[in-house]
Design a protein around this ligand. Structure first.
Ligand SMILES: Nc1ncnc2c1ncn2[C@@H]1O[C@H](COP(=O)(O)OP(=O)(O)OP(=O)(O)O)[C@@H](O)[C@H]1O
Ligand SMILES: [Mg+2]
Length: 263
């Protein structure tokens, strides 16, 4: 269910200053996301999608513009927003339980309290049997589930996902897409996910935002009115095909994918 505007992205521009001089990465990006909405962002490699998510999470301060969460400006990382990074970034020497509970440990929570919370999250993710396993013992899909769990540990209202399934094989990816949809629809969370896959975007999202090549601008928005719950076989429906073609046309009009491979 979608409701009132929860996240407002207002005229965001960003410039990195590096050794080789300034680099304009984002150019006047504005959009609103409703509470409970699932938004996917697609666009060429290097168009600033990760930077945009980091700005939404309060990890990067934009050169211009502002992000509002429920009417309050986002100025630092907070518990309302969980971020799943482009790599799972699990610490190999920590168990699944301790990887999940890391944010709680950093916040100074007692072992008992953080394990109780980790246990609940593991249960939610169907990973209870792997609490004591180390990341090397997990499949790629499980490692990404743990990374999602770590982002959910504070029960944030907004979940940001940066190409979370890019490294997974096709079948694992389909399975975890459905799991994410189930998690999202049961929790009422707001989700914003970057992906390179047009079909993934159309399958998951209520709305797909298409970005241009760098400096990333918002080139188009495609509303995905497919019924929910979504099913994998919907990708064979004519409506799905028409939406995917529409997204692809916007990407091509925006200058294509750059170096990245569309899936
Ligand atoms: N901390 C930084 N300092 C300087 N330049 C940066 C920094 N982070 C990213 N960039 C540059 O900003 C541009 C946008 O990077 P970003 O990672 O946001 O793109 P992206 O759309 O996520 O790309 P991809 O699809 O490949 O993940 C790139 O040219 C990158 O090299
Ligand atoms: Mg990126």
């Amino acid at each position: 269910m979608t409701g009132m505007t929860m996240l407002r992205v207002e005229n965001i521009s960003h410039r990195f200053t590096g050794k080789d001089g300034p680099l304009d990465v984002l150019d006047r990006i504005s959009f609103d996301v409703a509470a409970g909405e699932f938004v996917c962002i697609v666009g060429p490699s290097g168009s600033g999608k990760t930077t945009l998510l980091h700005i939404l999470a309060g990890l990067v301060t934009p050169s211009e513009g502002r992000v509002w969460l429920d009417g309050t400006p986002v100025t630092a990382p907070g518990r309302e927003v969980g971020l799943v990074f482009q790599q799972s970034n699990l610490m190999p020497w920590r168990t699944v339980r301790d990887n999940l509970a890391l944010p709680l440990e950093l916040a100074g929570m007692t072992a008992e309290a953080r394990y109780a919370q980790a246990e609940r999250t593991l249960d939610w993710l169907g990973l209870s049997d792997f609490a004591a396993a180390f990341p090397a013992q997990l499949s790629g899909g499980m490692a990404q589930r743990v990374a999602i769990g770590r982002a959910l540990i504070y029960d944030p209202r907004v979940l940001l996902l940066d190409e979370p399934f890019g490294a997974l094989d096709a079948l694992t990816r389909e399975q975890i897409q459905l799991e994410l949809l189930r998690l999202w629809s049961n929790s009422g969370k707001t989700a914003i996910m970057v992906t390179h896959s047009i079909s993934e975007a159309a399958l998951l999202a209520d709305r797909v935002l298409v970005m241009s090549q760098r400096p990333g601008r918002l080139r188009a928005q495609v509303a995905i009115g497919l019924p929910r719950p979504r099913r994998l076989d919907m990708v064979h429906d004519p409506e799905f095909g028409a939406l995917a073609r529409q997204i692809r046309a916007h990407i091509e009009a925006a200058g294509g994918y750059g170096q990245a491979e569309p899936a």
